[in-house]
Ligand binder design. Structure first.
Ligand SMILES: Cc1cc2nc3c(=O)[nH]c(=O)nc-3n(C[C@H](O)[C@H](O)[C@H](O)COP(=O)(O)O)c2cc1C
Length: 224
């Protein structure tokens, strides 16, 4: 099983609840499946560029005009996206670790999503066939921490919606969420308990992840 872990958190693990969720998740997953091939991307070490006009042209002009010739400069603008998409396309499972910042994903994570959701790299798109995945990611595991508490369908939560819809767009329907909510000690006396529950949940999701069937037969059933 190939796992790509993308982390958007500048803090050290001892200060970061979401990174502690990741430690629990990977501790359990690797205990159960030592053969897991793990690729870690720390976005603060591999910063994504903001989406550029050149990248837009390289990615989207050929979608609308099959004769469009991508220039050298446009090709270069695709370097980051290409490298990240290559790792993404190798993965069976994507794990995203992040805090909630201003009700959404940290900007550095959004910039990474903007890079990899690129036609020709992780999906194809046409009038005839719509959007087709070029990857084999079966499941996204989202490990997130927030100061506040957001019940399901709380419309202040742009974070889980962003993740669900972005990866749903390219064909990943299974998004597992482990959420350490209520981490602001000023307003939540039970923040430690909330964190402990989330750490336990991370370990349980790791058990489910270890069970994901990657055999070609499972692929066929899923396609039926
Ligand atoms: C810049 C910034 C913005 C934040 N915005 C929110 C927010 O919109 N909603 C929320 O519930 N918590 C917010 N928080 C609190 C964090 O989500 C919370 O402290 C979380 O536990 C951080 O995760 P970490 O410990 O993994 O870094 C914000 C924190 C920072 C630093």
């Amino acid at each position: 099983m190939n796992v790509l872990h993308v982390c958007a958190n500048p803090k050290p693990t001892e200060e970061s609840v979401s990174k502690q969720l990741a430690a629990a998740f990977f501790g359990k997953l690797i205990e159960l499946k030592p053969e897991v091939e793990l690729v870690n991307v720390n976005l603060y070490d591999e910063k994504p560029p903001f989406y550029s006009y050149e990248l837009y042209k390289a990615a989207w002009y050929p979608v609308f005009d099959e004769n469009y010739e991508v220039s050298k400069v446009e090709e270069l603008a695709m370097n980051y996206a290409s490298k990240q998409a290559e790792q993404f396309n190798e993965a069976d499972v994507l794990v995203l670790t992040m805090p909630m910042w201003n009700f959404g994903v940290p900007a550095i994570m959004k910039a990474w999503i903007d890079q990899i959701l690129c036609p020709g790299l992780t999906f194809s798109i046409s009038k005839e066939e719509g959007v087709k995945p070029l990857h084999k990611v079966k499941s996204v595991v989202l490990l997130v921490s927030s100061g506040g508490v957001y019940k399901e369908d709380d419309d202040r939560d742009a974070l889980t919606r962003q993740v669900r819809h972005s990866f749903g767009f390219i064909g990943v329907e299974d998004v597992e969420i482990v959420w350490a909510e209520g981490q602001n000690p000023l307003f939540f006396d039970n923040y430690e308990e909330n964190k402990a529950l989330a750490i336990e949940a991370a370990s349980e999701i790791a058990e489910d992840t270890a069970e994901i069937d990657l055999s070609p037969a499972a692929e066929e059933v899923a396609a039926d």
